[in-house]
Design a protein around this ligand. Structure first.
Ligand SMILES: Nc1ncnc2c1ncn2[C@@H]1O[C@H](COP(=O)(O)OP(=O)(O)OP(=O)(O)O)[C@@H](O)[C@H]1O
Ligand SMILES: [Mg+2]
Length: 412
């Protein structure tokens, strides 16, 4: 997976910045609103390296100290050495400098500085530098979260989410988890013809206990590289969660599987909004009518504002061409939302209905179809890469996939 497109959210860490210029302050202030910084506690103070030395002479150091320097390298190195004398173990230092100097870079790395960024910096570079300090360095790939939501109920968002996950697993040869967040009514179990005993319920009602072992237990396999975290689909309980209830689940999934598709129900609660805001990619599914247009616009605008450093939410127009239904033309619909649809999928009750009734995926019902092609294009864009070349034709593909996953999960 291209490391440029997935930046892991920071854990609960304290980050103290000692700035020297207003450009850096402005960028870091903007970065503090980035979704990946939501758990980090970031503070900015002026004064650069000398202020940092002063601040920590008698005080404990935070997890990360970011020092901006416009000075020459000698005084910076001296000040860093002084700072090192009273840095707590585990404190990491990131330096933002104004010269692109290889010699200085080497000196800093030798002193254990985590990163050296050359100003002017941008938000994503800064967030990535902090994220990489804590990104897990094992060979396991970092999970990419794709959240799908409908602009209205019943538009086909769950069906497309399930088929997207199936396509990513099958065509891109990537281990994938489909997570059904529609706890009372979810259909993932039905669509994959599974009746898993447990699922997202335990993670939702006991988030403090969620870890990688628990995740393993909550997943059920429904394809060679596809696992399902099913909803209870029962009305025995009420599902009034806190906004951050699912955060431990997302964190654990991200650290264990490379692709996570969230089937987010059409509700606007704290936890649903949170799932959409924290995802790496958001897909809004809409039918071409007026209420969908209004809702899709609200969703896309609101989420784009909450995720200013991420790709805009993508639009999929589904069920196009229902007989006798007056529709807003696709081009007009897209223009009103100022975006190019990621996919436009025709109303095809035969294909979709058979898949529904049989508990099958679209590609299992019919090997070749426009809907499958659309699904593959979506998968490629959302995963930021091409489909695996070996996946389609070679008889060796399952073997190759197994070998690559044994080598560290970087299949294909
Ligand atoms: N392109 C399509 N052509 C025909 N039928 C479709 C199409 N897309 C989805 N459907 C059908 O529409 C119905 C509703 O789909 P689905 O449950 O995925 O919608 P949803 O947006 O998740 O709804 P909910 O708001 O209940 O979560 C299903 O029966 C599905 O098979
Ligand atoms: Mg649904």
């Amino acid at each position: 997976m291209n490391p440029e497109i997935t930046i892991a959210p920071l854990p609960h860490v304290a980050v103290q910045v000692f700035s020297e210029t207003s450009q850096v302050v402005a960028v870091i202030e903007e970065a503090s609103h980035d979704r990946r910084m939501a758990k980090a506690h970031l503070r900015i103070q002026a004064g650069g390296a000398p202020a940092a030395v002063e601040a920590y002479r008698d005080a404990p150091t935070p997890n990360v100290i970011v020092i901006e320097t416009v000075n020459g390298s000698r005084s910076l190195l001296e000040q860093l050495d002084e700072l090192a004398a009273f840095c707590d173990e585990g404190t990491r230092v990131v330096v933002i400098g104004h010269v692109n100097d290889v010699q200085l870079y080497r000196e800093l790395m030798r002193r254990g500085v985590s990163d050296y960024l050359v100003a002017p910096i941008d938000v994503v570079t800064f967030v990535r530098a902090l994220s990489e300090i804590y990104a897990n360095n094992t060979s396991k790939p970092l999970g990419r979260v794709i959240a799908m939501v409908g602009a209205k109920g019943g538009v086909g968002s769950s069906t497309l989410a399930h088929n997207l996950a199936h396509t990513i697993a099958r065509e891109m040869v990537v281990e994938t988890v489909i997570t059904d967040m529609d706890l009372p009514y979810g259909t993932a179990g039905l669509d994959f013809n599974q009746d898993p005993p447990q699922g997202i319920m335990e993670a939702a009602f006991d988030p403090g206990r969620v870890d990688n072992n628990m995740i393993e237990r909550l997943l059920s396999r429904c394809g060679e590289r596809l696992q399902l975290m099913a909803a209870p689909s029962s009305l025995d309980r009420l599902y009034d969660f806190q906004a951050d209830t699912f955060d431990p689940l997302f964190d654990a999934l991200r650290s264990t599987v490379p692709a996570i598709v969230l089937d987010v129900p059409h509700v606007w609660t704290g936890w649903a909004r949170n799932a959409l805001v924290r995802a790496d990619e958001v897909v809004v599914v809409a039918e071409p009518d007026l209420a969908n247009l209004r809702n899709a616009k609200n969703l896309i605008d609101t989420l784009a504002a909450a995720r200013p450093n991420d790709p805009r939410p993508r639009l999929v127009i589904n069920k196009v061409g229902i007989p006798k239904r007056p529709e807003i033309a696709v081009a007009e619909f897209a223009r009103a939302l100022d975006c190019t649809p990621l996919a436009t999928i025709a109303f095809d009750p035969g294909h979709f209905g058979t898949a529904n009734n049989n508990g099958q995926m679209l590609a299992e019902v019919q090997a070749k179809s426009k809907a499958n092609e659309a699904m593959l294009e979506m998968a490629k864009t959302l995963m930021g890469r091409e489909a695996a070349k070996v996946a389609k034709k070679s008889l060796l593909s399952p073997l190759l996939a197994r070998i690559s996953s044994l080598r560290g999960g970087k299949a294909a």
